[in-house]
Design a protein around this ligand. Sequence first.
Ligand code: ATR
Length: 272
Amino acid sequence: MDRYCVFGNPIAHSKSPEIHAAYAAQTGQELRYEKRLAPLDGFAAAVHAFIAEGGLGANVTVPFKLEAVKVANALTIRAQAAGAVNTLHFTEDGIIGDNTDGAGLVADIVGNAGVAITGKRVLLLGAGGAARGVVLPILEHRPAQLVIANRTVATAVALAEQFAALGGEGVVSGCGFADIEGGFDIVINATSASLGAEVPPVSPSVFAPGALALDMMYSKSPTVFLQFAAQHGARLRDGLGMLVEQAAEAFSVWRGVRPVTGEVLQQLRDQL
Ligand code: ATR
């Protein structure tokens, strides 16, 4: 049977095997998808061992998304832009490194939440790995403006400058949390602040009337960022939709067929 896996450390919590098993059943594809704990100093060896066993592809999660760039023989444009790889495809031409996180986020916003990005003002909080991965897919939807705000201002400015040079000129800019001006239609929390139950210190005025607030994190109860957004009238979305969508995109890279995600998303939500 065709084999895939997800590499991470830790990996026990991963929902990916369940998600991909559901997609395989739905699309009538025969495959096996397992979790693999890679040693912290042995990611590349784990990938090559899986290839030797006949593996056809793999997802990559924390903390290996940067190392996966080096393991790949070639990168897709979106993986180059993200500077990180979450999907490996083992082909006759070598190991292709891709990144489906941004496409997953955009699919969740546009497809699942039903909110167009085109012509909208978008605020991206954070400038680390998670933020970097979604900038290009957001810009591809031609927002009116994309402001990247970060605690370390220089990182946000550098990230914005990089994407301004890649076609985002006049659309993308970077600043600190205190310098954000105006309201936004879509506010995305890509900081890891929610892990420590903290909210990036932004003014409630960032939420334009009817704004969509999205936290890339998810948990049983709304994250502190989503609680803050709710208090200021925003519509809420957590990172579970992005999770199932990035998986659907990876599945489509490997198998050439894109599963529908609605039922799987509901199933995962019910299990939280
Ligand atoms: P990830 O892969 O999750 O993006 P990362 O690359 O370490 O992890 O980036 C973490 C992001 O969350 C950064 O933008 C970080 O801000 P700094 O660049 O200033 O470090 C942001 N972050 C982490 N904790 C935060 C907090 N308590 N408040 C605001 N931003 C926070």
